[in-house]
Design a protein around this ligand. Structure first.
Ligand SMILES: [Fe+2]
Length: 186
């Protein structure tokens, strides 16, 4: 049965009305995987006219969650980062995302420096979505021509998030709106 962006946003609204625990966000993930399978949706938003980079296709006026499409013709690799007090779900449409999840092994006392250990690594293939909740550190690598859908609990550009250099441990606090749209994290 068809499942449209409007259906997805309606279901997400219903789920989030009672809160945004991990359990609830996992429920949204299942709806998102249903949306990723809808050929009409994929054809409408992930066609040849899809713009490069990110495009916001829905923002909820009441609850603030938002839906974005991503298209990258070049391979990309992000540093470990979190989503502050919010959450994100990434849903693969074309190619794949190699996702790594990281643990901090320091005690958090140094505001500028962290030590990290890779906890797990897996691939999101088309039709699969992954939840990245709050302060969970993750990094993504994508090959050429990758496309995916991202849903976040709020506009991440407005909240403080951490990005940590995996090699040096240097902590960067990001609040992208201050420095321009190029700093949207993936
Ligand atoms: Fe992320």
């Amino acid at each position: 049965m068809a499942y449209s962006l409007q259906d997805f946003c309606r279901d997400t609204r219903e789920i989030l009305k009672s809160g945004s625990s991990r359990e609830q966000v996992e429920k949204i993930k299942l709806r998102m995987e249903r949306l990723l399978l809808d050929q009409q949706f994929v054809g409408d938003y992930f066609n040849d006219q899809q713009p490069q980079g990110l495009k916001r296709i829905y923002i909820d006026p009441q609850l603030g969650f938002e839906v974005m499409t991503y298209r990258y013709d070049q391979a990309r690799k992000s540093q470990p980062h979190d989503h502050g007090d919010s959450w994100a779900i990434y849903g693969q449409v074309r190619e794949y995302t190699e996702m790594a999840v990281w643990d901090r092994t320091d005690d958090g006392s140094d505001p500028d420096r962290a030590t990290l250990k890779e906890k797990t690594r897996y691939r999101l293939n088309p039709g699969q979505a992954g939840v990245y909740y709050g302060r969970e550190l993750h990094s993504a690598a994508t090959p050429v021509n990758t496309r995916y859908l991202r849903v976040t609990g709020t506009d991440l550009e407005n909240i403080e998030r951490l990005r940590i250099d995996a090699a040096t441990g240097k902590i960067e606090r990001i609040r992208a709106r201050q420095t321009g749209a190029a700093r949207v994290s993936a």
